[in-house]
Every structure is written in C-alpha cells, then in structure tokens.
Design a protein around this ligand. Structure first.
Ligand SMILES: Cc1cc2nc3c(=O)[nH]c(=O)nc-3n(C[C@H](O)[C@H](O)[C@H](O)COP(=O)(O)OP(=O)(O)OC[C@H]3O[C@@H](n4cnc5c(N)ncnc54)[C@H](O)[C@@H]3O)c2cc1C
Length: 458
C-alpha cells in the first residue's frame, strides 16, 4: 500500500493545463479581426453563452448576419475549464430558486428541463461528439448535520449503504440521486461543436480580438478593437466574469477562482473498487463542496472546495493555479476514496466564475434595447448559458416571451460593494461558511446575509 505521504505529491507532476483543452483535436485559432465590419448582430465572448447566442440567432433567422468576437480562444475560459455538469437548474439549485421565486419555481424548473432537453436535441442534430450522457447527479452528505437537511422519505433518497452500492466512499452518510436533471459532458468538445455549427450556418468568428469599447454609431453600436471594428444593429454581451463593457454592471458580479484536479485513467481494478457503474456526477453538501465525475477514459475530475476572490476584482493567468488549493483537493480526494491511494493526477487548472449575490444569472438591456447581456451564473452555467442566450435574443427582438415575463429575468441581484468592502465582506463570509461546515450552525453574519437574500457561492 502506498504511504499517504505519496498522496501529498500526487498532483505535483500534473500538467498545468485544463484537461479538456489538452487534446490534438483542439481546433486551430481563427484569425483575429482585421478591418471594419458591419453586421446585424455582434456577440462578444466565445464561451457557451456567446456560442449559443450566435447559433440560435441563425436558427431563428438564417438571414441575420452574425459576428462573434472572442478576446482569447473559443472555450478558453470557464467554458473549456469546467466540470462538465450540464444541469437543468436555471437557479443554482432548487433551494435557491424556491427561496427567491417561490411562485415561479415550478415554471423555472419546467423551463430548465426543456432547456436541457433542447441541449440534448441540438447535440444530436449537429452530431456533436461531446460524450453527452444524462446520468443524473448524486448529492451526498458526509457530515451528520448535512444529512439532517435531506428528506429520508423522498423517493430519490439513498441511505449510506445504497449510496455506496453506486459509488463506494466510506465518507457517505446518505444522499439523493436526481436522475433526470443533469447530464455529464465534455464541455470543450460541446463548445467547439457549437462553434462549428454556427460557422456552418454562416456566423463569422474571430479569436484573439478583445473588444475595448462600445460606442454609439448612427443607428448601431460600434465595437472597438485593436485591429478593427464591428458595427452592429444589435449587440449581445457574453463576457461572464470579465469586466463588463457596460460600466453599470461592474459591481454586479465578482470574479471567483475555482480549481480542479484530474486523475490518470483508473485501471479496471481501481474502477471496480469504487463501482460508479452509472457514471453519475457527484457533489457533496458543504458550503465548501467538491464536484466530481468520471470521464470517457475513466479518469476522475475532482474540483471545487475553495472559491478564491482576489482583492480589486482581479483576473489574470497568474491566478490560474493555486498550490494550496491543489494540496487541499488532493487530501480530500484520498479521504473520499482511500482505496485509490497512490493514484496520480495528470492535470490541474483553475478558472474564473461570475459570482453574483443571488447565485444565478441575470439579464438586461442597455442603449435603448440595442445591447443585451446575460451574466452571473455563479459556477452553474454549462446548461443555463443556453437559457441566458435565449433571453438575450428575446430581449434584442423586443418581443415579450414566456422567458422575458419571468420575475427571475426582470429582476437584478444587489451589487457587491466597492473595495475594500467587497474583499472584507467576502473574507468574513468565507470564514463563516467554513465554520458553519464544521459546526453545522450559521453564525450571526450568515443569518444577516440570509435575511437580505445575499451571499457568496461558487
Ligand atoms: C473550474 C470551473 C468549474 C465549473 N464547473 C461547472 C460545472 O460543472 N457545471 C456548470 O454548470 N458550470 C460550471 N462552471 C461554470 C461554467 O463553466 C460557466 O458558467 C459557463 O462556462 C459560462 O459560460 P460563458 O460563456 O458565460 O463564460 P466564459 O466561458 O467565461 O466565456 C466568456 C468569454 O468572453 C470573452 N471575453 C471577455 N471579455 C471580452 C471582451 N472585452 N472582448 C472579447 N471577448 C471577451 C472571454 O475571453 C471568454 O472566452 C465552472 C466554472 C469553472 C471555472
């Protein structure tokens, strides 16, 4: 048996790149913008939100000219770095949705399930090879006070024994299996497939082209870049955690870093030692939670736990790695699966998410309805980004739809305060959440935030 000491260095030789992007199948970069273009719709951002917006704009109206402008690479940020949990939830989980929109929640749930069905149908229609599997998700309690939050009489409840027949960890006390509401997929391949489908439909995509500014231009908006400009009748902003091109939104989200380890492929014996025949996604139930899943080639992706905010809303490649978090993640991994002691991690990486105070996306328009935005997914945007794209297209069309009538779509979260208050508030909240995980009790600060419907999550 390998000594636990070895497990501490299990990640030190891992490649510092997102596993999903580390493949010879990654498409080459498209050329940057060169010169000045005019178009009907300009989409800023080549993650899921931007790609769905561009593709569905063409599906709604094939005659609409669409240009998508990406600062770096398609799927280079959160979209190519995530866990690949494609959830039906539009509200960062049922509890958050029911709490905020009790009268609307059933409708939000239905719309979320329809959204997930339509993602599946799109993947099928365009033949996108992204290992999409609707295996569902197991939510597990690993501490007694977490178990108390589960309804053991619910039909989807599994006790410790039943859970361990699915996935064998000595830490599990009980949990639920939501069989329909989550699919697992390879996010980069989905994004590349959406980009290819959009191009086949006539969308022009440019990469390595940061948009620096939006200026009003006659009856359009000009997107200013270092190598040219795009003047568009309508603009969709899909820039996620990055500073918004609309200054009024800069306080509505904070960029938060989330980190991931990926193991080497498991041997048949290792896989047999944990079971996992139904290949569900898993998450544990603390405020600081892990999410983990198995890949097509039987690796385990293990991410989450820490959610790191840098003073001043800073974003940059130097935050893409965090050795302290990798060490914590590795230790927690082997505590969850002691039978995999000695397994090595092949990849580690981080990525930035757009946390807002209500934990799920918000939407709106600017400049007399010519510019729309969708942001604030707070770490659950793989599925919800398609809904966000549809909302933006609805808003830009000026027509009222079932989506635009939703209170969830019409309301906005409270902004975060300016520095140093944002940083101080987030540090106090993070400290309190860690403490609540240990004790099972929410302190005065958390109860105060709860009362105002505020918080910090990933
Ligand atoms: C480590 C990690 C794990 C996650 N796990 C999950 C998960 O399992 N399930 C889930 O549902 N969600 C998960 N998420 C969140 C999910 O990945 C995101 O919510 C989703 O990908 C958001 O897509 P997006 O297109 O809005 O943003 P992004 O993918 O961030 O795309 C925004 C794009 O806009 C570009 N951009 C920004 N500013 C400009 C500009 N001025 N000009 C041009 N381009 C610009 C950026 O370069 C970027 O490519 C995770 C996120 C991370 C980081």
């Amino acid at each position: 048996m390998t000594a636990p000491q070895d497990n501490r260095t299990s990640w030190s030789d891992a490649a510092p790149v997102p596993f999903w992007l580390d493949t010879p199948d990654r498409p080459p970069a498209r050329p940057a913008l060169a010169g000045d273009l005019t178009t009907d719709l300009a989409v800023v951002g080549g993650g899921f939100t931007g790609l769905w917006t561009a593709l569905m704009a063409k599906e709604r109206d094939p005659a609409c000219d669409v240009v998508l402008i990406e600062a770096g690479r398609i799927a280079g940020e959160a979209t190519g770095r995530n866990g690949g949990f494609c959830s039906a939830s539009l509200t960062h989980g049922e509890a958050n949705g029911r709490d905020r929109w009790p009268d609307e929640y059933d409708q939000l749930h239905r719309l979320g399930m329809e959204n997930l069905d339509e993602i599946a149908a799109t993947i099928e229609r365009y033949g996108i090879d992204c290992d999409f599997r609707r295996t569902g998700e197991l939510a597990v309690a690993t501490r007694p006070h977490e178990l108390a939050d589960y309804d053991s009489s619910a039909p989807d409840f599994l006790d410790a024994e039943a859970l361990r027949r699915e996935v064998d960890s000595p830490t599990y006390l009980g949990g639920t299996w939501d069989r329909e509401g989550t699919a697992m997929l390879d996010p980069a391949r989905l994004a590349w497939g959406l980009a290819a489908a959009a191009e086949a439909a006539g969308v022009v995509i440019v990469e390595h082209t940061p948009v620096r500014d939006l200026t009003a231009h006659g009856d359009g908006t000009t997107l200013v870049t270092g190598t040219g400009s795009v003047t568009a009748r309508r603009v969709a902003l899909a820039t996620n955690a990055f500073p918004s091109l609309l200054k009024r939104l800069r306080f509505h989200t904070v960029p938060v870093y989330d980190y991931v380890l990926m193991t080497e492929p498991l041997t048949d014996d290792q896989l047999a030692s944990i079971g996992w025949q139904h290949r569900q996604g898993l998450s544990d139930s603390g405020n600081q939670f892990h999410y983990y899943r198995i890949t097509a080639d039987n690796r385990i992706l293990w991410g989450g736990y820490d959610a790191i905010y840098h003073f001043g809303r800073r974003i940059g490649p130097k935050y893409d790695h965090r050795p302290q978090t990798y060490a914590t993640l590795a230790a927690n991994f082997f505590e969850t699966f002691p039978q995999l002691s000695g397994l090595q991690f092949s990849h580690h990486w981080g990525g930035v998410i757009d946390t807002c105070t209500r934990f799920c996306a918000f939407f709106g328009t600017a400049r007399d309805g010519a510019v729309a935005y969708a942001t604030g997914y707070t770490g659950l945007g793989v599925g919800a980004s398609r809904f966000g794209a549809n909302v933006m297209l609805d808003l830009l069309s000026g027509e009222e739809t079932e989506r635009t009538r939703l209170e969830m779509v019409r309301s906005k979260p409270l902004p975060f305060p300016p520095e140093p208050f944002a940083w101080i508030g987030i540090q106090i909240t993070t400290w309190s959440l860690k403490r609540a995980d240990r004790t099972g009790r929410r302190n005065l600060w958390l109860r105060l935030l709860d009362r105002f419907g505020l918080g910090f999550d990933s």
